[in-house]
Design a protein around this ligand. Structure first.
Ligand SMILES: Cc1cc2nc3c(=O)[nH]c(=O)nc-3n(C[C@H](O)[C@H](O)[C@H](O)COP(=O)(O)OP(=O)(O)OC[C@H]3O[C@@H](n4cnc5c(N)ncnc54)[C@H](O)[C@@H]3O)c2cc1C
Length: 480
């Protein structure tokens, strides 16, 4: 965790003549840069995109309008509707490292985050044969793990048997410290604890997709349990939702940039790194616009890009990582559909879930002063990825209309598909994830895919960036 030094620039570390180079300005690269800058280490951050934030950034749409009804839109919407995120992001109360980093940057978390007690409301649309179904789970203000037990015991929409089996599984897993002797799929774990098909469909599968973005039949039960342990095994507030009240760039990337620059670091945007050439005691980093030299590099690009950069460099991968660790990951997509309704449109609560539909989670963006704007999250692959955008927007609207009363026709939509949103957190993934330290002296890795115990998340990225920074600090300090 970055320290809060009151004596900035009081002394520069003399042991390194080159600044530390951080490649990639996503949340892991930024967390690394902040930690080093806070320790008076000169840094240069190279980011290929014209903006910081990577997979968690604000996106400005000059033309948000996709539908014909521009007149209705211009009377309903204001300029802030054009500032979205490249994907709706939610944090958990258990994201302590990210919250501490916000604190270090002086971010007023009450201003930028809306904290809400875990409350799950999931609906399924009414079909010809089926009645409309709803599940409601609320966590009471009781110490952990009592809050979870009472929440499950009082969940509306589940049978007594289902509630009991969910509680029984949670207790048995807690007794085992949420640790498995051998990793299996989340589906196999749920079957082992005799969770009914309905319980899986309405509770465990949505939770697994929301936290890991990996289908339950292939998702690692151990990674899922790591998230459950951190969210439910300690403090009650760890399972709170934290919704961003500003777009991700405004909330984190801009304060991060200011902090780094005020601490003497420099940030180069639109600076794509092509390769890294090792020299006797340093590395040459080639970008499209010039060269940099450093004896300490943190490669904070996604695993596939790190592998590409290194494959072009005379740093052969077998010598880079210890046995079994690899940069070869599979990825899962996330599709975010933004539907603009008249500004008076509101969800019954900030977030609701749908099941037996394409739509999974719906977030009311009025929390970002974007009244009438709903963000619909669809994790994983499916037919939505190949549908025409207008058809997808209409289908999502139809699903919402079937679950929510009196929803008016939407005025506009915007769809953002991130094909490689997260790495696929499959069974045994933990064995493959590399640590931040490589076999090459002075070359470190950072990114959500490294050994963080977490799935692909902001918390994982931030933890990894800070860990890489600490390794650089250790190396610099031992050289003094
Ligand atoms: C749609 C979506 C929804 C998500 N929802 C959530 C959520 O609700 N909660 C949550 O916790 N997490 C969520 N995530 C995951 C989270 O966004 C990521 O885990 C996190 O942002 C990863 O950060 P990172 O720094 O590891 O990687 P990235 O963000 O990928 O950062 C890597 C950076 O490297 C840069 N780069 C690439 N190539 C080069 C090069 N050659 N030279 C220089 N720079 C380069 C990239 O431009 C990028 O800025 C979501 C992700 C997506 C896409």
């Amino acid at each position: 965790m970055p320290k809060h030094s009151n004596n900035k620039h009081a002394h520069k570390h003399p042991a390194h003549k080159h600044p530390v180079i951080i490649i990639g300005g996503g949340w892991s690269g930024l967390a690394c840069a902040i930690t080093l800058a806070d320790n008076n280490i000169p840094i240069v951050l190279l980011e290929s995109a014209p903006q910081l934030g990577g997979r968690a950034r604000g996106v400005h749409f000059k033309q948000f309008l996709n539908t014909a009804d521009k007149k209705a839109y211009s009377t309903q919407a204001n300029r802030s509707h054009q500032q979205l995120d490249n994907g709706q992001h939610i944090m958990l109360g258990a994201y302590h490292t990210t919250l501490s980093l916000f604190h270090c940057l002086g971010i007023d978390t009450k201003k930028v985050l809306q904290r809400q007690t875990l409350q799950l409301s999931l609906f399924s649309p009414k079909t010809d044969n089926n009645k409309k179904q709803a599940i409601h789970l609320t966590t009471p203000k009781l110490p952990a793990p009592l809050h979870l037990i009472i929440a499950l015991a009082t969940t509306q929409g589940l049978s007594v048997k289902e509630r009991f089996s969910a509680i029984s599984m949670s207790i048995k897993l807690a007794i085992k410290q949420f640790t498995l002797k051998k990793d299996i799929s989340v589906k196999a774990l749920l079957n082992h604890y005799q969770q009914s098909a309905f319980l899986i469909q309405v509770l465990w599968e949505p939770l697994c997709l929301a936290t890991m973005n990996t289908p339950i039949h292939s998702a690692s039960a151990q990674v899922f349990l790591n998230v459950l342990k951190d969210s439910f095994g300690h403090k009650r507030s760890d399972c709170d939702y934290l919704f961003f009240k500003q777009n991700l760039s405004e909330c984190f990337c801009q304060p991060a940039e200011t902090f780094i620059e005020q601490h003497g670091g420099s940030i180069h945007l639109s600076s794509k790194v092509i390769d890294i050439i090792p020299k006797a005691h340093s590395f040459i980093i080639n970008t499209a616009y010039g060269q940099f030299e450093s004896s300490n590099i943190v490669l904070a690009t996604p695993a596939a890009i790190s592998q590409k950069i290194l494959s072009k460099s005379p740093i052969a991968s077998p010598y880079l990582l210890p046995r079994k660790a690899s940069l070869e990951f599979q990825y899962e997509p996330i599709c975010t559909v933004y539907l603009q309704y008249p500004s008076s449109t509101q969800l019954p609560q900030t977030m609701i879930g749908l099941f037996a539909t394409l739509s999974q989670w719906i977030i009311d963006r009025s929390l970002c002063q974007q009244d009438g704007l709903l963000a619909i999250v669809i994790s994983g692959s499916g037919k939505h990825l190949t549908m025409a955008q207008q058809d997808l927007a209409q289908q999502i609207h139809n699903e919402l209309s079937a679950c929510l009363d009196k929803l008016p026709q939407f005025i506009d939509y915007q769809i953002i598909i991130e094909k490689k949103a997260t790495f696929s957190a499959k069974v045994d993934i933990e064995k493959q994830r590399p640590s931040n330290k490589t076999q090459i002296n002075g070359l470190f890795l950072a990114g959500d895919y490294t050994q963080t115990r977490y799935p692909s998340t902001l918390e994982g990225a931030v933890k990894s960036g800070i860990c890489a920074a600490q390794l650089v600090l250790e190396k610099i300090n031992t050289q003094q």
